[in-house]
Write a protein that binds this ligand. Structure first.
Ligand SMILES: Cc1cc2nc3c(=O)[nH]c(=O)nc-3n(C[C@H](O)[C@H](O)[C@H](O)COP(=O)(O)O)c2cc1C
Length: 190
């Protein structure tokens, strides 16, 4: 039997009861056969980025994250929207993950962006910003994504995304698409 396709998933929120963490948990639950989703919850342990601390001085929490990124076949990131952009802690972690520039573990990594917010737009601007940041870091960002708009109305009493919510099959399809994209050759002339 071939080994599962592994996806490292995380939310860009530190909040207890985060709707983006619920979206990540739903992705883990909906993983199609052959795909395993591991959820990383260490965002709050990542120190503030300081370029002086690259190389030998890189903090252990950052080394742990970059190792997990390197080991995963793909990434799924769920972003909240703060003032039409991504939250500082998420940007901070991605700035660390983007170095060494051009040879970081994130370079070429198939990555899908999703997002949840209480508004009707489902963190659309934050998702666009996150795609931009990931592309600048060298990740292979999928055009497809998923939004959980009006997120607070779509959670069950235990904080999970409702069992019959339409986003669940969307997440399953996205994870399948990630595995497909990872098999496609990279066009180095593009
Ligand atoms: C500082 C701040 C700015 C926010 N700005 C936006 C925004 O621009 N658009 C939006 O849809 N929601 C905005 N929100 C609401 C968040 O989407 C909401 O708090 C959401 O639950 C955060 O995601 P989380 O539950 O995963 O932590 C903002 C919230 C905060 C605290």
């Amino acid at each position: 039997m071939s080994r599962p396709f592994t996806v490292l998933a995380f939310a860009g929120s530190l909040r207890r009861g985060s709707v983006n963490s619920a979206l990540v948990a739903a992705a883990r639950d909906e993983a199609p056969a052959g795909v395993t989703v591991s959820v990383w919850t260490g965002l709050g342990s990542i120190p503030l980025f300081n370029e002086d601390n690259l190389g030998d001085r890189t903090p252990q929490a950052v080394l742990d994250l970059t190792r997990l990124i390197g080991e995963a076949d793909a990434l799924l990131i769920a972003t909240p929207e703060y003032n039409s952009s991504i939250p500082g802690p998420l940007k901070n972690a991605l700035d660390w993950a983007s170095r060494p520039y051009g040879s970081a573990e994130i370079v070429g990594k198939p990555t899908v962006v999703v997002g949840a917010s209480p508004s009707s737009f489902g963190a659309a601007w934050a998702q666009a910003e996150l795609r931009k940041v990931l592309a600048a870091s060298g990740a292979r960002v999928l055009e497809e994504g998923a939004s959980l708009a009006k997120a607070h109305e779509r959670l069950a009493a235990d904080g999970a995304v409702n069992a019959d919510d339409a986003v669940r099959p969307e997440l399953a399809a996205l994870l399948g698409r990630l595995a497909e994209v990872a098999r496609e050759p990279v066009d180095v002339t593009a």
